[in-house]
Structure formats: structure tokens, C-alpha cells
Design a binder for this molecule. Structure first.
Ligand code: GDP
Ligand code: MG
Length: 664
């Protein structure tokens, strides 16, 4: 039998972890809210049941506020999944049960999974699932999505015990709800979700009232019921009366089912006292990042880089020798060399990128990234920017494309647009090879520091241009940001390795496709002129001529050679291409020889200006496409790309001018 099962729960409750465990998928799991922003589907089998599992974005309630909540709500209410697993973070029972109650009101067939029981055990908290089952009138199973405990029971219960039985509030509330149900029946003949709608009307939900198009008489009746409800709850405000009802139930339930051993100081609180310290928090955040960069670009990373480089060197030599012994024509040898140079230049940076992502993944999984967002929120808010924007920006450390998609977490249109313009300034991993290359040539003693400075620069540019944009363009931005801080958790090896592997795979794929193709095209353009004759002097080639026509733009930035310009242009296809293109246009067959060539082409100041430009200018074509898709406006997309490129040019010019004054 085929069935669709939806995973519904608060952000960060472990939905994706459970989804991956059950379906064997490798969706991104992160210890911070807002990671899953689109629904994902996967399959698994149990007994004779074929189950389609849908991982939905996290929601706190069934009221719609942001994009991800709308996605989840629409799926639950309109696509009628056969069954629902309501996953509940056991360490945060009160808040999570709010959603569970609403799901019960909807009358959906569901089971409740109390997740993180491993952590509850460590904290000496006990949740009585049997009692919960009785009180909620729904099967409740304790699980750990992380280590798999209880998951079999959960699936068994899902298939065999799922219940739609009603959860009853106190008598007074039920009475009022029953009266409102009559109104619901008059408008909507189909009884599904009746109780949910009744509660929404009781709460005076404007959207629903509008949608139901109640007539005057019905509105009057509703009003009378609401007044009587307020009175019986001794509240002046209908919202308060309704919320109070739910929370009273929740408090009552948790009182009966949760036992805590007293006097255990949470490690999380202790760590946070230090890491979230008013004065030390932000410096410590930067210190942690700095240490990561120093390690990544220090001896360990270099050692692995050397290994790969050596390997590529041997392969190249052998291939060329074989080709020569086969009497291969010179042009083919030159083409193959170009391919190996381009792809090889990229591959040798893979170990360092993987290392960096190993550290970032540990930070993310441990829960520290949420703290970083919290700290940055305080900083950004002081200057009037929306701190929530930092979530997509953090994702931008990986890749700008998903980061742009994550701007959906922002509520107002202005906030969203501003974040979309600023997020690409966050240095994505594809830009890393550029810094790694330049830094190792021009700043060998301070590699880690210089690369770290690029990330810092990105942040500074975000803040400055954010202030400017807010003043002149997006005046209506800035809403409040409630970020919850998850507890610290020991990062799981599985997750960490998975992240690293995903990164490596993405990198390899890109090297084998975009970079490879790019190197071939670039070779063609550097070896032929406009009359399509093969030439020796690349300056006369198609690329040389185009590049030279554009060099004047870069005179103020210091790196006005056609080779540099062409490398940057190819970076529009993929940022890694800047490095592979340099290898091709300078005809360097190893990173070492590329290093030597670059030494003669740039001064240190020009090199730093080049990195600055590479950090800030137009994001790659995939990101620009996403920008267009998310904003749905060609004009906005064009404007932001122009803005970013202009900022890049100004910043690079400043670096060049100030740097020349200081160091000449
Ligand atoms: P989602 O936002 O609901 O999809 O939550 P995720 O699956 O991304 O998980 C959020 C965080 O909780 C991650 O750091 C997970 O490693 C962690 N996590 C998930 N399930 C468990 C569990 O059973 N025990 C513990 N200790 N941590 C868990
Ligand atoms: Mg998720």
C-alpha cells in the first residue's frame, strides 16, 4: 500500500535527521532553525507499506507568517497527507506542544514522536510517554533521531496505531467551540478541519473571517460567543483568552508527564555565559574563526595540498610523455595541457576547502552557529539592520545559491531584497581557491590571516552598504528577530563526514564539468584570433583582444592586465574559474609554476586589490539566476549585480590607492 507521510514539527526539532535516517537521504541537517526551507520527499518501506515521506520546513504554529510556514501549512491542509508524524523536541516540550494541539484540532491522523530522548537522559529529564498518549489521545513514542532509538516503534505505531481521535479542551472551551462549529457548518459543508476553523474563529483570526465571508448575522453570533468566552476565562482580550486556554492545557500536561531532577546546571548555560558574554562574545566569535583559518591554511592543509599537487604533476608528466611518444600534434598536447592545468589548479585546493568545511560543520552541528547569529543580530540591530538577515548570510559561506533562497525567512519585502543584495558579499567557498592562491604567493607567512581578512572585509562591506541601502533604498526594513538558541550538542561524526563529503562531491563535479569545459573554451579563445587562425602570442588572441579592450576599467584598481581581466570575467561562470583561467592564460602547469608567474605580474598591493575585487563583484551566473527567480524582477537583478560590481571596483580601488600610499 502506498501512503504519504508528512513530518511536521518546530524548527530544529530533528525532522531532517529523522527523514535522513528513514529514507537514507542526505539532506542538510544543522543545529539552527531555518535550514529546511523547502519540502523534500523520500521513500522507505515498512512491511508491505510503501511510504513517501515529506520533510516540511519547521513551523511553530498553523498561523501563517513567513514563507516556510505557508509551505508547510498548505501541504498539511490542502494536500491531505495520509498520515502525520508530529516530531516534538523533548527538551522543549511546552513550546512544541502548541503545534501538536493545533494539529489535533485539524483532526489529522497522527502519531507524536518525542525526539532527543538521548539528550533528555543526559539531562536527567524523564517524559512519561504512556501518560502523554492517554492525555493527548494520540500515540506518543519517545525516539532519538540521532541514534535511531525508538524509531522502529515509531514506524510501527505510525502504520498500525495512528489516531484521529479528538483531543478535548476544558468543558467551557469545548462548549464555545461547539457553538462556533455551527457557524463553520453553515459556510463550509465539508466537515474536515472543523474544530481547527472553529478555534481560529474563536481567536478572531481576520484572514479566516475574510475567507469565510461571514454575513452580519453570523458575525454577531460569533461576537456574542467570543464575549462569553472572554468572560468565562476572565480575560479582556480574545487572543489572550485563546492562547491561555492552549497554554493551560500544555502546562497541565507537562506537569503530569515530565519529571526533572533538580539542581543540575545545564552545561549549555555555563558555556553560553562565556561565549555570549556582552563584551567577549563578538571578539571570541572572530577569534574562533581566525583559529579555524590559521589551521586550515597552515601546515596541515598545506601538507594535503602538496600531496594532491604532486599527484597531478605525475599524471600530467606521464600523459604528456605518452602523447609525445604517440606523435600527437602540438595543438592537441597544448589543449590537453590546458585542461589539466585548469582542472588541476582547482583540485589542489580541495583539501583546504574540505578542512574548512569540516570546521564549519562542527560549529554548525554543535549549536555555536546559532550563537554567532545571535551575536551578529545584536551587532546588526545596533546599526538598524535586521539580524535575521544573518542566517542567509551564514549559509552564504557555503554557496550563495541556497543562501539567496534562504532570504525567504525574512518577512518584509524590503528586508528580503536588501538581504539578497548583501548576501553575495559573504564569501562563498568557490572564492576560496582565489584567496588561497594569491595569499600563498604574496603573503606566504600570513596566509591564514590574509584569507580571514577577506571574510572580515565581506562582513564590513555588508554592514557599510547595508547602512547606505537602508538610508536611501530600502527604508522600510528592520523587523524584530526572535532567534532561539538550541542547546550545545556534540557534533555527530556521521553529519560532519556527510557535510564534508557533500562539499567534496560538489567540488569534484564542478571541476569535472564547468571548469573542464571552461578551460577548453578558454584555450580555444587564447589560441585563435578573430580570423580563426591559430596564433602563438596570446595577446593577439580573441581573449587577448577583448581583455585588452577592457583593461582601462581596472587601471585604478591596479591589476590592469588582460589576463587578470579575463580571469575575472570567467569567474562569472563559476568563481573557481578565476584560478583555473589564470592557470590557462598564464600557461602554468602546476600551482607552483603559477605562483612563480604571478609573482612577476602583480605587486602585493595589487594582488590584495584583486582578491578584494574577486570577493565582491557580481556573484556567479547560478547565483544571479537565483536572484532573478527569488525576486522575480529582471530590473532588480540587474541593479543588484551592477551595485555589487560597483562596490567591488570602489573597494579594490581604495585598497590599491591606500595600499600604494602605505607601502610604496
Ligand atoms: P529540523 O530543523 O527539524 O530539520 O532539525 P534537524 O534534523 O536539522 O536537527 C536539528 C539538530 O538537532 C541537529 O543538530 C541534529 O543533529 C540534532 N538532533 C536531531 N535529532 C536528535 C536526537 O535525537 N538527539 C540529539 N541529541 N540531537 C538530535
Ligand atoms: Mg530540517
Amino acid at each position: 500500500m502506498k501512503q504519504t507521510v508528512a513530518l511536521v514539527g518546530n524548527p530544529n526539532s530533528g525532522k531532517t535527521t529523522l527523514f535522513n535516517l528513514l529514507t537514507g537521504a542526505k539532506q542538510h541537517v544543522g543545529n539552527w532553525p531555518g535550514v529546511t526551507i523547502e519540502k523534500k520527499e523520500g521513500m522507505f518501506n515498512y512491511e508491505e507499506h510503501e511510504i513517501k515521506l515529506v520533510d516540511l520546513p519547521g513551523i511553530y504554529s498553523m498561523s501563517t507568517f513567513s514563507m516556510e510556514e505557508i509551505i508547510s501549512r498548505d501541504f498539511i491542509m490542502n494536500e491531505h497527507p495520509d498520515l502525520i508524524i508530529n516530531i516534538v523536541d523533548g527538551t522543549n516540550l511546552e513550546r512544541n506542544l502548541y503545534l501538536s494541539l493545533q494539529l489535533k484540532e485539524l483532526g489529522l491522523p497522527m502519531v507524536i514522536a518525542i525526539n532527543m530522548i538521548d539528550e533528555l537522559k543526559n539531562k536527567h529529564i524523564d517524559i512519561d510517554t504512556k501518560k502523554l498518549t492517554k492525555l493527548l489521545n494520540t500515540p506518543v513514542i519517545g525516539i532519538s533521531a540521532k541514534n535511531g532509538e525508538g524509531v522502529r516503534d515509531l514506524v510501527h505505531s505510525l502504520i498500525h496505531e495512528t489516531s484521529t481521535s479528538e483531543f478535548k479542551y476544558d468543558e467551557v472551551t469545548e462548549e464555545h467551540l461547539n457553538q462556533i462549529k455551527k457557524i463553520v457548518k453553515e459556510v463550509k459543508h465539508d466537515p474536515t478541519h472543523e474544530k481547527f476553523y472553529a478555534f481560529k474563529l474563536l481567536e478572531d483570526d481576520e484572514l479566516l473571517i475574510k475567507q469565510f465571508n461571514l454575513n452580519k448575522e453570523q458575525l454577531n453570533r460569533l461576537n456574542v460567543i467570543q464575549e462569553s468566552f472572554k468572560k468565562s476565562k476572565s480575560q479582556n482580550d480574545i487572543d489572550m483568552a485563546a492562547a491561555d486556554t492552549r497554554y493551560e492545557v500544555i502546562e497541565n500536561i507537562t506537569k503530569q508527564c515530565v519529571t526533572k531532577e533538580q539542581n543540575i546546571k545545564h552545561i549549555t548555560e555555563k558555556i553560553d555565559r562565556l561565549l555570549l558574554n556582552k563584551y567577549l562574545g563578538i571578539p571570541m566569535f572572530f577569534l574562533i574563526l581566525l583559529v579555524i583559518f590559521l589551521i586550515t591554511f597552515g601546515p596541515i592543509g598545506e601538507y594535503f595540498m602538496g600531496l594532491i599537487e604532486g599527484l597531478i604533476g605525475i599524471i600530467t608528466e606521464n600523459i604528456i610523455e605518452i602523447l609525445i611518444s604517440l606523435n600527437t600534434s602540438n595543438w592537441l598536447i597544448s589543449l590537453i595541457e590546458a585542461i589539466i592545468n585548469g582542472v588541476g589548479a582547482i583540485l589542489s585546493f580541495m583539501p583546504q576547502i574540505m578542512l574548512l568545511f569540516l570546521f564549519l560543520s562542527i560549529l554548525e552541528d554543535s549549536g555555536y552557529i546559532s550563537r554567532a547569529a545571535f551575536l551578529m543580530d545584536q551587532l546588526l540591530r545596533k546599526i538598524g539592520l535586521n539580524g535575521k538577515a544573518f542566517i542567509p548570510m551564514l549559509m552564504g559561506l557555503g554557496c550563495t545559491v541556497p543562501a539567496l533562497m534562504a532570504t525567504r525567512v525574512l518577512e518584509t519585502e524590503d528586508d528580503k531584497k536588501m538581504t539578497m543584495v548583501l548576501t553575495p558579499f559573504m564569501s562563498c567557498s568557490a572564492r576560496l581557491p582565489i584567496y588561497a592562491l594569491i595569499a600563498s604567493v604574496f603573503f606566504p607567512k600570513h596566509k591564514g590571516l590574509v584569507i580571514f581578512s577577506m571574510y572580515l572585509l565581506g562582513l564590513i562591506v555588508i554592514i557599510i552598504s547595508g547602512l547606505i541601502l537602508k538610508k536611501f533604498v530600502f527604508k522600510n526594513s528592520g523587523s524584530t528577530f526572535i532567534l532561539e538558541l538550541p542547546p550545545y550538542r556534540l557534533p555527530s561524526l556521521r553529519n560532519t563526514v556527510m557535510h564534508m563529503w557533500e562539499k567534496a562531491k560538489g567540488f569534484l563535479t564542478k571541476a569535472g564539468t564547468v571548469i573542464l569545459l571552461g578551460s577548453i573554451v578558454l584555450w580555444l579563445f587564447t589560441n585563435f584570433n578573430f580570423s580563426l587562425e591559430m596564433i602563438d602570442n596570446p595577446e593577439e588572441s580573441i581573449i587577448g583582444v577583448i581583455g585588452k579592450a577592457m583593461t582601462w576599467i581596472f587601471i585604478p584598481t591596479g591589476f590592469a592586465s588582460w589576463e587578470a581581466v579575463i580571469s575575472l570575467i570567467t569567474g562569472f561562470i563559476a568563481k573557481e574559474s578565476v584560478v583555473s583561467s589564470m592557470a590557462v592564460v598564464y600557461g602554468a602547469n602546476t600551482v607552483t609554476s603559477l605562483n612563480q608567474i604571478l609573482m612577476t605580474k602583480f605587486t602585493s598591493v595589487e594582488a590584495y586589490a584583486f582578491m578584494t575585487f574577486a570577493l565582491l563583484y557580481s556573484p556567479c551566473i547560478a547565483a544571479v539566476g537565483t536572484l532573478y527567480k527569488e525576486s522575480n524582477s529582471a530590473k532588480f537583478t540587474l541593479k543588484s549585480v551592477l551595485f555589487q560590481s560597483l562596490v567591488a571596483w570602489i573597494a579594490a580601488t581604495l585598497v590599491n590607492v591606500i595600499g600604494s600610499l602605505l607601502f610604496m
